[in-house]
Ligand binder design. Structure first.
Ligand code: G
Ligand code: G
Ligand code: NA
Ligand code: MN
Length: 250
């Protein structure tokens, strides 16, 4: 297809960009890390969402080269951040079915000479479900070198609790659908409280995503959630913009 051809060209020309959204201490706004989010604007087709081109790259069997390109760019950017700021990176479902993924991630890290302890890898339940054994092996390989593994979009998949029991994660991201109904729907508040309680017992860190208002941020702090991301704190922006956060603070 036209878009697949364009994507192949964009990868070869390294035109897919890594953008970054801040992950902050909700109480102070202090930056703890950034999530890398892929961005692509084709000269003819215009901006294309990763929700479209990531699945396309999977179908076309070019997800590995796309990921490698993005990860290398993201690591280059992350090297310029203060050494306590982490990089969070998404792996797609197909990559969790590929036994080589763990090694590939480790190889890119050592080639970039980047401390694995500053890296978090985000995966989804859907990603784990197709081939749980392979996914578990990849998770173990990454955690063995100090990479943190994070379960993304928690609360939206199926049998989430079983997943927490069977797999080892370091962190969990509360899906933004819960955060967006805070203040309107009392149920959302109860669910977030329950997730926080459970994570404390399971010794899992929690990140709330999709925080769009000061009210949502305040509510989360009240409930005991201290880390989050969302448009209220910062939109995904290019590499240059991430550096200005630290220049301004200095
Ligand atoms: O940034 P945005 O909200 O448009 O992202 C849409 C979807 O694409 C989200 O589910 C996000 O996790 C996913 N996504 C963004 N960047 C990447 C990436 O680099 N790799 C993978 N696998 N998914 C990504
Ligand atoms: O699937 P994942 O959670 O990785 O998706 C991240 C996506 O969420 C990114 O595409 C990002 O642009 C989007 N996002 C980040 N913060 C907010 C927010 O506050 N509100 C909304 N609606 N989307 C957000
Ligand atoms: Na994510
Ligand atoms: Mn998410």
């Amino acid at each position: 297809t036209q878009i697949e051809q364009a994507l192949r060209k964009a990868i070869a020309a390294e035109e897919i960009e890594a953008h970054f959204q801040p992950i902050v201490d909700i109480r102070t706004g202090a930056i703890q890390g950034f999530e890398c989010l892929a961005r692509w604007t084709d000269p003819d087709l215009g901006p294309i969402s990763p929700g479209v081109f990531i699945p396309l790259a999977e179908q076309a069997n070019i997800i590995d080269s796309l990921t490698k390109l993005l990860f290398v760019k993201a690591l280059e950017t992350a090297k310029a951040w203060p050494s306590d700021v982490f990089l969070s990176f998404n792996l797609s479902s197909l990559q969790l079915m590929d036994p080589m993924t763990g090694l590939a991630v480790l190889a890119m890290l050592s080639k970039s000479d980047f401390n694995p302890r500053r890296v978090e890898i985000e995966i989804t339940e859907t990603g784990i479900m197709s081939d749980p054994e392979t996914a578990q092996r990849i998770i173990d390989e990454m955690r063995a070198v100090g990479i943190k593994v994070l379960l993304d979009d928690f609360g939206t998949g199926q049998s989430s609790l079983g997943r927490l029991r069977d797999f080892s994660f370091d962190k969990l991201k509360i899906d933004r659908s819960f955060v967006s109904s805070l203040g309107e729907d009392p149920q959302a508040e109860h669910i977030i409280s329950a997730i926080l309680y459970m994570c404390k017992a399971l010794k899992l860190d929690v990140i709330a995503e999709g925080i769009e208002t000061a009210e949502q941020a305040e509510k989360l702090v009240e409930l005991g959630c201290t880390t989050g991301q969302g448009f209220h704190f910062g939109r995904p922006a290019d590499a240059q913009t991430t550096l200005s956060y630290f220049r301004d603070a200095a």
